[in-house]
Ligand binder design. Structure first.
Ligand code: BMA
Length: 299
């Protein structure tokens, strides 16, 4: 992966109380000639909200809104809405995120899901749909919905620690058939816990997904997996070596050191763009020719 020389592409803005401390982990979707980013922002009150920015070339930010576009609205997410992922399904964008609610100093988090029409999203009318808790009360995060139904059902990847898991649904409301897809390896860069990064990409060889792996030394790296087109819980390949490890200063030093963490990727022409948080402090982008990326999955 080639890091953009202009990284980080987003930094906190001190004058904006809601995004004054850290801006990182962004969902990404390519629509109408622009990459649209929804990024996690932490402000003076320590609460995560989501901000919006866009870019025509995928690297340079052309527009960034001064106000958050998504904020905690319920008790179950009162302490933050984190790590969004966006999937375009028909004419809707389905957003999964982590809902945080602290309880007597215990961090209780769970997967949450909502949606917005493409038209409202493009027009920046933030009419989000009903917010749902697919696995209410279960400690779970890192969820993303596949961009199309498989075998007539919606498919979600999510993470019940320490494994990357799948779930199926007929209506995006009730989820069932939860299964483990991949476990941390016994040895190596992903030997503590793992979770999906951005939206899976359909290829003739299978679903290509980036996933994060955490080592017992608490280093967050990113790797690749290829999954069966009809049965995405079947892992066809899994990269032995990561595609991105924290080596740049903006990935090694920050709120949480040694972290590259991704919630979004897009393909523009023949190029793959990976958006990722550096050290839980700033937002960065790296890119690669898509065929070269596919070749990496076998390594
Ligand atoms: C995960 C999430 C991410 C964060 C990562 C590294 O559990 O909280 O938002 O980037 O840890 O600290």
């Amino acid at each position: 992966m080639e890091r953009f020389a202009g990284n980080p592409i987003l930094k906190p803005i001190e004058a904006h109380a809601w995004e004054s401390r850290e801006v990182f982990n962004a969902a990404a979707v390519y629509l109408e000639g622009k990459v649209h980013l929804l990024y996690r922002a932490i402000g003076n009150d320590g609460i995560s909200r989501l901000g919006y920015a866009n870019s025509k070339d995928g690297f340079t930010i052309d527009e960034r809104l001064p106000q958050p576009v998504f904020e905690p609205a319920f008790e179950s997410e009162k302490d933050g809405v984190e790590d969004p992922r966006l999937s375009l399904i028909d004419k809707k964008l389905v957003m999964t995120y982590t809902a945080l609610c602290e309880f007597k100093h215990l961090q209780s988090y769970q997967v949450a899901l909502t949606d917005i029409s493409v038209e409202d999203f493009i027009q920046k009318r933030w009419n989000w749909g009903t917010r749902r808790l697919p696995f209410s009360g279960i400690r779970n995060k890192n969820a993303v919905v596949f961009p199309e139904k498989i075998g007539g059902r919606y498919v979600m990847f999510h993470r019940i620690e320490p494994d990357l898991c799948v779930a199926y649904s007929e209506d995006l409301e009730k989820w069932c058939d939860v299964m483990c897809v991949m476990k941390p390896r016994v040895v190596g860069w992903d030997n503590w816990k793992i979770g999906v990064a951005g939206t899976p990409i359909k290829t003739s060889e299978g679903w290509l997904v980036v996933y994060h792996g955490v080592s017992v030394e608490k280093m967050y790296s990113l790797g690749l997996a290829l999954l069966d087109l009809e049965h995405p819980e079947r892992v066809l390949y899994r990269s032995k070596t990561p595609i991105l490890v924290p080596v740049a200063d903006y990935e090694r030093f920050g709120k949480v050191p040694n972290v590259v963490f991704s919630c979004g990727n897009v393909v523009i022409g023949d190029r793959f763009f990976l958006y990722y948080g550096g050290a839980d402090s700033v937002l960065c982008v790296a890119s690669i020719n898509f065929n070269e990326l596919l070749a990496l999955v076998h390594k």
